[in-house]
Design a protein around this ligand. Sequence first.
Ligand code: SF4
Length: 255
Amino acid sequence: MEQGLISNIQHYSLQDGPGIRTTVFLKGCPLRCRWCCNPETQSMEPETMKGTVTGTWMTVDQVLREVEKDEIFYRHGAGGLTVSGGEPLMQGAFTLALIREAKKRYLSTAMETSGQGDSGFLLEIAGLLDTIYMDIKSMDEAKHRKWTGAGNAAILQNIVQVAYLKQRGRLILRTPVIPGFNDEPEKIEAICQFVETLPPGIGYELLPYHRLGRDKYTGLDRDYPMEDVKLPEGRIETLRAIVEGHGLGLWDYSI
Ligand code: SF4
């Protein structure tokens, strides 16, 4: 039976998709973004954070039994299961099995992915999902490599492929806005121009940089690489105006 290495299952999440979600964080990520707020999910091995081991092998059924404890919250909205990480494609076979079984149980499904991973798994999983969130961090290949540990070519290719599968608000592209990496207007302008080449109806949003993962680095006995960094006042508003100027934004889920 397929097993996945789970970092955490978060109940009653309001940030990870439409409605009230139960978010399953998988371990393992091929990237090493400097700003990562879930550093405990990067390694494909269990590890100790703040004296507690993070990383438990679970079957699809064990995960869904935990998810279904929240079913009452899904009844009056668009809530359901969100698979996140880490990078869910690092455990592609498990993620596919989990989403397939969740659909059999009539659960709404979403996934958050960096887009860095096996295209075969990605497209198969994307075809089943109700909503997929994909990061689009930068069009600047060299900077992408320097700040995340990998170039952006495979990610952009994967985005294009998913964009032809998922339209009308079911693919949402997101840019985490990181000071010094991609917070200049021309960087967001370049991303908007790329998004405009995709089929219509793709959602796009900016996520402002935050420091919520900072304590986890201490817990893992690692240095926080983004100490003393913050977004300049008014920057996110300026960048959002660029996005709106391109007619990009989020779709209404009820459509
Ligand atoms: S892709 Fe996400 S989980 Fe992976 S290192 Fe980057 S921010 Fe962290």
